[in-house]
Design a protein around this ligand. Structure first.
Ligand code: AMP
Length: 283
């Protein structure tokens, strides 16, 4: 496995692989790799000839007062995971490598970035889409792998790729969970064992949403009220949003029909935890 710190290095490694007819897979991450990331890497390794994992804590997607400085950066452990998983290249650039000048060019996906996480994290998705566009231009992968865990991010990236005719496939992989249902996240490291136990109510609320829809409940507010009752059982939890939206447009819906996305964000100090499920009300 090679570790490329510069854009020039990763480009030349990818060029050599492509020269041998290899199909390139990219897994963009911020590191602190866990089983969720590994599931993306496994999918890429299985389906592509040459896999690049990027590890970059992207400053432009963090807002003031967010956890950019203290975001975990266990580089040696991450490299070991990548080695064991059959990754060909880890691209681990410095912030200066990715942003050598003050950045004045941004990719901004409208509408889809406004609801859900967009409300409380202004500028977050602009940072995500811009860094992904840069990574796609640097690595030029045939496919890039993202997690359903960050449902809005997945939808936004897919739309950016479609709108800008970027020549790659976006593959979305299922959310990997702890045995108690808590979605695995690098930010779970911030939680105590007690908080992790309590945070299982996040997935419990999403399962309740699915149960109510399957039982024929069509009034969105009624379902949200049911979910809130469960989320209120997290003693240190501050509910940021409970939303049930159209799974494609992310627009709010009063009445459940077709494919819906139920998404939740809860702050369990100091971590902000998000999770979601897709439910097809038509079965
Ligand atoms: P991050 O390092 O948090 O930026 O995540 C990198 C990628 O891993 C994103 O596409 C995430 O959606 C994905 N990911 C994070 N956690 C999980 C999980 N529990 N299951 C599946 N994918 C995940």
């Amino acid at each position: 496995m090679e570790v490329a710190k510069t854009i020039e290095q990763v480009r030349s490694l990818v060029k050599a692989a492509r020269g041998k007819g290899g199909k390139i897979g990219l897994v963009p991450t911020m590191g602190a790799l866990h089983v969720g990331h590994i599931s993306l890497i496994d999918a890429a390794v299985k389906n592509r000839d040459f896999v690049v994992v990027s590890i970059f804590v992207n400053p432009t997607q963090f807002g003031p007062g967010e956890d950019f400085e203290k975001y975990p950066r266990p580089m040696e452990a991450d490299l070991e995971i990548c080695r064991k998983s059959g990754v060909d290249v880890v691209f681990a650039p410095s912030p200066e490598q990715m942003y050598p000048f003050e950045n004045v060019t941004w990719v901004n996906v409208e509408k889809l970035t406004e609801p859900l996480c967009g409300k409380s994290r202004p500028g977050h998705f602009r940072g995500v889409t811009t860094v992904c566009a840069k990574l796609f231009n640097i690595v030029s992968p045939d496919a890039a792998y993202f997690g359903q865990k960050d449902a809005q991010q997945a939808i936004v990236i897919k739309r950016m790729v479609a709108d800008l005719n970027m020549p790659l496939e976006i593959v979305i992989c299922p959310t990997i969970r702890e045995p108690n249902g808590l979605a695995v996240s690098s930010r779970n490291q911030y939680l105590s064992d007690r908080q992790k136990k309590d945070a299982a109510n996040i997935y419990k609320s999403l399962r309740e949403c699915r149960r109510m829809i399957e039982a024929g409940t069509t009034e969105t507010q009624q379902i949200i009220d049911g979910m809130r009752k469960i989320l209120q059982q997290i003693p240190s939890g501050q509910i940021e949003y409970i939303s049930i939206v159209d799974a494609e447009t992310l627009e709010s819906i009063d009445t459940i029909s077709g494919k819906v996305l139920a998404a939740v964000s809860v702050k369990v100090n100091p971590a902000r935890l998000i999770d979601n499920i897709l439910v097809d009300a038509d079965g």
